[in-house]
Design a protein around this ligand. Structure first.
Ligand SMILES: *[C@@H]1O[C@H](CO)[C@@H](O)[C@H](O)[C@H]1NC(C)=O
Ligand SMILES: *[C@@H]1O[C@H](CO)[C@@H](O)[C@H](O)[C@H]1NC(C)=O
Ligand SMILES: *[C@@H]1O[C@H](CO)[C@@H](O)[C@H](O)[C@H]1NC(C)=O
Ligand SMILES: *[C@@H]1O[C@H](CO)[C@@H](O)[C@H](O)[C@H]1NC(C)=O
Ligand SMILES: *[C@@H]1O[C@H](CO)[C@@H](O)[C@H](O)[C@H]1NC(C)=O
Ligand SMILES: *[C@@H]1O[C@H](CO)[C@@H](O)[C@H](O)[C@H]1NC(C)=O
Ligand SMILES: *[C@@H]1O[C@H](CO)[C@@H](O)[C@H](O)[C@H]1NC(C)=O
Ligand SMILES: *[C@@H]1O[C@H](CO)[C@@H](O)[C@H](O)[C@H]1NC(C)=O
Ligand SMILES: *[C@@H]1O[C@H](CO)[C@@H](O)[C@H](O)[C@H]1NC(C)=O
Ligand SMILES: *[C@@H]1O[C@H](CO)[C@@H](O)[C@H](O)[C@H]1NC(C)=O
Ligand SMILES: *[C@@H]1O[C@H](CO)[C@@H](O)[C@H](O)[C@H]1NC(C)=O
Ligand SMILES: *[C@@H]1O[C@H](CO)[C@@H](O)[C@H](O)[C@H]1NC(C)=O
Length: 412
């Protein structure tokens, strides 16, 4: 009952904003008389697609009309157990499980979406059904326990992102109900209180100052850190305010204390997804170019669903080339940097250091400093050189003057 209350308050909070309700759904895979997989989850998908006006990104919540597809299986006839949930005309999300000793895990997360659904993908210039798979999902739990993760956690699936929250799920179930014993995800262990019951979508303050620096990392399945970042982040975007009945320019600082992070590391791509207050999701994708031996920030996505917004805000670009750095190094920029993402949305970074690939021993490698920092460091050098020059001129002038007066004295 505790859970359904938490869920009820979440429904109330998030649905007040109108569109983009995020609600919990319960899904169950049965075979014969017994249940083998059960999931209570909230999820939304951040999908970027090509529209006639250019790349667009949308947020698709898992609706409460979601059904368990007949292709779901307990794996009793061979193969792995899997849950396939479908909604709308041909959209689906699938989880396939495996067990190893006393652990079970999600092997693959599959996302399928039908671009010919105009209610979700308006103006799409393709009508394809797209399927993307991730094999590094990071959901693992002890057998006979329920995997529990109330915090929002995001998984990069191809170029798209799936964000789960309020999740309780179990596979290889010994009974028909979720086991009371739980395996809690790392994100929940970090926060002392369940975010869904205590955090309300806060209206951001009007004129924030310099944002606080947050420290974020992403781990591999084997627990080693594969992505490191520390940065202060400030969003600059415009939206139509309900209370003011006009478009306002918002400068919004991310508060690291209220931000949960997640992400994934793949061979040539790494993602970091930051979620604040459940209402603001900021995603970064770093790509590797092995030809030039560099990594760079290739995509930024923002979605926000604040109570004051008439419609949820969603913007992003997948064609960026920022923070370019040699592989095996980290990128550093202490000065404020402004990264335009798309007209009407830019991201300001402060005291930033990031390394998206080749992180060893959980530390940043040697930093490549941005030009602005280098210029900044040049100032004391220039001032110093100028001062030294001045001293030299005074000294020379003094010596010449002394020699002249000396000479003058001698002639008398
Ligand atoms: C389901 O349970 C009923 C009653 O407990 C039993 O008669 C039936 O054989 C079971 N069916 C399967 C497929 O196990
Ligand atoms: C969008 O179109 C461009 C150019 O046609 C293509 O390179 C890109 O892969 C497309 N993106 C998606 C998400 O389909
Ligand atoms: C689809 O969209 C992309 C980018 O928005 C554009 O480059 C491409 O030409 C479009 N393709 C068609 C068939 O309209
Ligand atoms: C995709 O959506 C279109 C339009 O809603 C529908 O006609 C088609 O059957 C869907 N495709 C699949 C595979 O469900
Ligand atoms: C199962 O776990 C063991 C020990 O952790 C590992 O050596 C083995 O490769 C794993 N097997 C599979 C199929 O993942
Ligand atoms: C899941 O991943 C495994 C290993 O990559 C692959 O063999 C399997 O076909 C995948 N399953 C699905 C449903 O994509
Ligand atoms: C899980 O529970 C079942 C049924 O209660 C039991 O038979 C099995 O030994 C348990 N497995 C582990 C690894 O605890
Ligand atoms: C962890 O996994 C990554 C790739 O997934 C691998 O490069 C690294 O060596 C592994 N570390 C350990 C300690 O096994
Ligand atoms: C925010 O963006 C607007 C429009 O692009 C720009 O004029 C303004 O200077 C930006 N403000 C900050 C603090 O970055
Ligand atoms: C909002 O502004 C528009 C025009 O600027 C006006 O027509 C409309 O009545 C206003 N709505 C409210 C609720 O004030
Ligand atoms: C974040 O938490 C730290 C320590 O609890 C506190 O000093 C700091 O002021 C908090 N920052 C914000 C922006 O709330
Ligand atoms: C990778 O770098 C090479 C050389 O600098 C460049 O020609 C190429 O376009 C880059 N590829 C991508 C995908 O950015």
């Amino acid at each position: 009952m505790r859970y359904s209350q938490a869920c009820g308050s979440l429904l109330l909070l998030v649905c007040l904003a109108g569109l983009g309700c995020i609600q919990a759904v319960t899904l169950e895979v049965r075979e014969g008389n017994s249940t083998c997989i059960k999931a209570e989850i909230s999820a939304f998908f951040s999908i970027t697609y090509n529209a006639s006006s250019g790349a667009r990104s949308v947020q698709v919540p898992l609706p409460n009309t979601t059904r368990v597809d007949a292709s779901s299986t307990c794996g009793t006839a061979g193969g792995l157990p899997g849950l396939v949930a479908t909604f709308g005309p041909g959209h689906a999300v699938g989880l396939s499980f495996s067990r190893n000793g006393s652990l079970y895990s999600v092997d693959n997360l599959t996302l399928q979406y039908n671009l010919s659904d105009p209610s979700i993908f308006p103006d799409a210039n393709s009508s394809d059904v797209v399927t993307v798979v991730s094999t590094s999902v990071g959901i693992r739990a002890a057998i006979n326990t329920t995997y529990r993760c109330m915090s929002a956690t995001s998984v990069a699936v191809g170029a798209q992102v799936v964000t789960f929250s309020d999740m309780r799920l179990q596979a290889y179930m010994p009974g028909d109900d979720l086991s009371p014993a739980e395996t809690t995800c790392a994100a929940d262990q970090a926060t002392t209180v369940a975010p869904s019951t205590t955090r309300t979508p806060s209206t951001p303050p009007p004129e924030p100052s310099t944002p606080e620096q947050g420290v974020y990392s992403v781990r591999n399945l084997n627990g080693t850190i594969c992505f490191l970042a520390q940065m202060g982040l400030q969003l600059n975007f415009s939206y139509v305010s309900q209370s003011q009945n006009k478009t306002i320019q918002e400068i919004f600082n991310l508060n690291p204390n209220l931000t949960s992070s997640s992400g994934s590391c793949e061979a040539s791509r790494a993602t970091l997804v930051l979620v604040q207050d459940r209402t603001t999701t900021l995603g970064f994708t770093f790509s590797m170019n092995s030809t030039s031996n560099k990594f760079y920030l290739s995509a930024i996505n923002l979605s926000a669903d604040w109570p004051d917004m008439t419609v949820p805000f969603s913007a992003g670009s997948t064609e960026l080339d920022y923070l370019r750095t040699t592989l095996g190094r980290s990128y550093k920029c202490n000065m404020e940097q402004s990264l335009p993402v798309q007209p009407g949305f830019s991201l300001n970074t402060f005291r930033l250091q990031v390394q998206a690939f080749n992180v060893t021993t959980n530390q940043f490698a040697t930093a490549e400093e941005c030009q602005m920092d280098q210029d900044q460091m040049l100032i004391p050098i220039i001032v110093g050189a100028a001062l030294a020059g001045l001293v030299l001129i005074v000294l020379v002038a003094y010596l010449i003057g002394r020699k002249r007066s000396h000479a003058g004295y001698q002639t008398i």
